[in-house]
Design a protein around this ligand. Structure first.
Ligand SMILES: [Zn+2]
Length: 695
């Protein structure tokens, strides 16, 4: 169970607005067996730098007409989407390598049992329990019985609240969310936070909207919940009661767009004030149930939700709430239960929601659970074997170059006033970077993992993570903490810490190779670094100062000028559409700006790195500049199922990969020059409409 998504603990979307350069890249998502195009044989003893692989290209398309297709047509044709995935691209290809490495590692640990209580023992036993399907089948719903008994025994709202606290303590959602969060007005402290939550579908809109897609998914969800109750041996009609409760909670929830405003989510209150919003809940009992009776103040991120919850608590019968909490419990744990529940869960979440044709192999699903439960123990083993120290040194040097370029640009930006310029430089100066893996690893002492039923291990790990977060309330912020595990193929910017973070997972494959040339590395990971740094200065990042506090540091005048300049990017991306669905230029603005700004910074950082170095002979017939842009495009090579692309178009602030490549490059003059493009080519945006972030 991924604690941050399901609980009490943190909210990926909310008061910790966090950017993943690539959240259209899932965490290492499961794939099929290694394909033949993956590992290129090293035929010669010379450096691995082999330049551009011409079989990636589609020579039938001109670079000036559609660069994405020109640069990647061959690659995409060779990498069809496997049945068990919603999308497939360079990050999944790398993910397969990472998974293969992790599998070897953990299989070794699961047969060679480590000293009792050691990380090795926990990793080995966790994985082995996930692979022991006979034991899982035999156990059926047994691991959930303690929760069900408590829910069924509730004879009042007070007892129901107690049951919810017990669920929350194990990372199981229901009613609302509660957890620990950085105080955005004082980013040195951790505070308690109450938040909307408790829905079974991804967003409020899935309950409230009437368009065809949402209605189809809502109906499928109702059928799914009914089937799950049937599998539990209960009345399938409970599905209607669950849907009725969730719909009311959805009506009280903020939309995704509304949650992008950190000011709206900052509402410090005393516990008494919270209790006044939702008096029907036994808050004293709830806090006691969490083991934190001492918490007397908190941030109520979504007060409107708690008002709506109160109204719903008064009107919905207790029996319906009990059905709802049982459903939440089953829904959160189904992937770790016997095959009847696991299969039905995949039927809805995999097939209906994402268009998958088949479930990923078991070892991949179990690996993912281990990554979620013991991520830093696994990650520590992983980097020992697969992350060379010179990779960290080289990436740090690249980050330094990108920052130097930005510093130079900030000093010279003609439209920025001195006041804002000084604040921007101060913010840049206080940026920190985390590369590869944490300096301080999570200590798993106190987490008991043993040879027993899989779900019991998953629940123990989840509880351990939740309690760690709960214990941090009232403490200073731990700046060494990571929000992603080392093998994750992704990156993020964290505004409240003003830090950029690059796990070892993304510092490999097409993104980064210690042996590759500067053009190739800067075109890929260099642009990712520029992207993440850029988030510190975009419309959201601008609201957090050098210390990570929610405090605007732009003058009104500069902010207006910045918005005028950026509105062109929103207009440009609004011209894109997929399958009749228009791209929402305002939704994707922050990401599109970070892409364009990131490319501008990476290109100049690459020039800086290349200064004084002799030109190296081209192995592939492309110039260094051409290789830089081909590498940029390749870092976005992705095929997507139509169901998934439609989902992204409607819910994701990241544009589709093709738009990220073509939309960004069309603005960039050095790209036009590198490929000899001219005005009028589709990949050349007319000069008067061309956008720039840092020039
Ligand atoms: Zn981003």
């Amino acid at each position: 169970m991924r604690v941050p998504d399901t609980t009490v603990a943190t909210h990926r979307l909310s008061t910790l607005p966090r950017h993943s350069c690539s959240s259209c890249r899932d965490r290492f998502t499961p794939g099929t067996a290694l394909d033949s195009g993956l590992i290129k044989p090293q035929l010669f003893a010379r450096p691995a730098f082999t330049g551009v692989d011409r079989s990636d290209l589609n020579p039938a398309v001109k670079p000036g007409d559609d660069f994405f297709e020109y640069a990647l047509g061959g690659y995409l044709a060779r990498h069809a989407i496997p049945d068990d995935q919603a999308r497939f691209g360079v990050d999944q290809v790398l993910g397969q390598q990472v998974e293969a490495n992790l599998k070897t590692l953990i299989e070794e640990l699961s047969v060679r049992s480590g000293a009792p209580g050691s990380n090795e023992q926990k990793l080995g036993d966790f994985y082995a329990s996930g692979m022991d399907t006979a034991r899982i089948e035999e156990a059926g719903l047994t691991p959930l019985q303690p929760f069900f008994s408590r829910i069924e025994a509730a004879s009042s709202l007070s007892e129901l609240t107690g049951a919810a606290a017990e669920l929350h303590r194990h990372g199981i959602p229901g009613l609302f969310s509660f957890g620990a969060s950085v105080d955005v007005k004082d980013s040195t402290r951790v505070i308690a936070e109450a938040f909307q939550g408790g829905l079974g579908l991804p967003d409020r809109e899935y309950y409230t909207e009437q368009d065809e897609d949402k209605v189809r998914i809502r109906d499928a969800y109702r059928g799914h919940v009914a089937r799950m109750f049937e599998l539990m041996g209960e009345d399938p009609a409970s599905a209607d009661r669950v849907l009725a409760v969730e719909t009311r909670l959805a009506q009280g929830s903020l939309s995704r767009a509304e949650m992008r405003d950190p000011h709206a989510l900052y509402n410090p209150m005393t516990r008494t004030e919270l209790a006044a919003l939702t008096p029907s809940l036994d808050w004293d009992g709830y806090f006691a149930g969490l083991g934190r009776s001492d918490v007397d103040s908190l941030n109520v991120a979504t007060p409107g939700f708690f008002t709506k919850l109160e109204e719903t608590l008064k009107e919905v019968p207790l029996e319906d709430w009990k059905a709802y909490l049982k459903w939440q419990t089953l829904n959160a744990t189904a992937p770790y239960l016997s095959s009847a529940f696991e299969d039905q869960n995949f039927e809805f979440k995999g097939k209906q929601m994402k268009g998958l044709k088949a479930a990923p192999p078991r070892f991949k699903r179990v690996l993912q659970a281990v990554d979620e439960g013991l991520g830093e123990a696994l990650g520590q083993k992983y980097v020992e074997r697969h992350f060379p120290p010179e990779a960290k040194t080289k990436v740090l040097a690249m980050v330094k170059n990108v920052k130097l370029v930005l510093e130079d640009k900030l000093e010279r930006l003609p439209w920025m006033t001195e006041e804002t310029r000084q604040r921007a430089l101060e913010k840049l100066d206080s940026f920190t970077e985390k590369i590869g893996y944490p300096d301080k690893w999570t200590d798993y002492t106190g987490l008991n993992i043993e040879p027993r039923v899989y779900a019991d291990n998953v629940l123990a790990a989840s509880r351990f993570a939740v309690e760690k977060r709960l214990a941090s309330i009232g403490e200073p912020v731990d700046r060494t903490r990571w929000e992603m595990t080392p093998p994750t193929i992704n990156a993020y910017y964290q505004p409240v810490a003003n830090e950029i973070v690059f796990p070892a997972g993304i510092l490999a494959g097409v993104y980064f190779d210690v042996k590759a040339d500067d053009a190739t590395n800067y075109g890929a990971i260099g642009a990712v670094i520029g992207h993440e740094i850029g988030h510190g200065f975009d419309d959201e990042g601008a609201q957090f100062d050098a210390r990570g506090n929610l405090s605007n540091w732009w003058t009104e005048e500069d902010l207006t000028r910045f918005r005028e300049r950026t509105s062109g990017v929103a207009r440009q991306f609004s011209e894109f559409s997929y399958d009749g669905i228009p791209c929402d230029g305002n939704l994707v603005l922050g990401e599109a700006l970070a892409d364009l700004g990131g490319l501008e910074l990476a290109y100049e950082a690459y020039k800086l790195a290349a200064e004084g170095k002799p030109p190296r002979p081209s192995p592939d017939g492309f110039s260094d500049d051409q290789r830089f842009f081909l590498s940029f495009a390749k870092s976005w090579a992705t095929n997507m199922r139509p169901e998934y692309a439609r989902l992204i178009m409607q819910t994701d602030p990241h544009p589709l990969p093709k738009f990220r490549v073509n939309g960004t490059l069309a603005n960039f003059e050095p790209f036009h020059r590198a490929f000899g493009l001219k005005e009028g080519d589709p990949m050349v945006r007319p000069a008067e409409q061309r956008n720039t972030v840092w020039n």
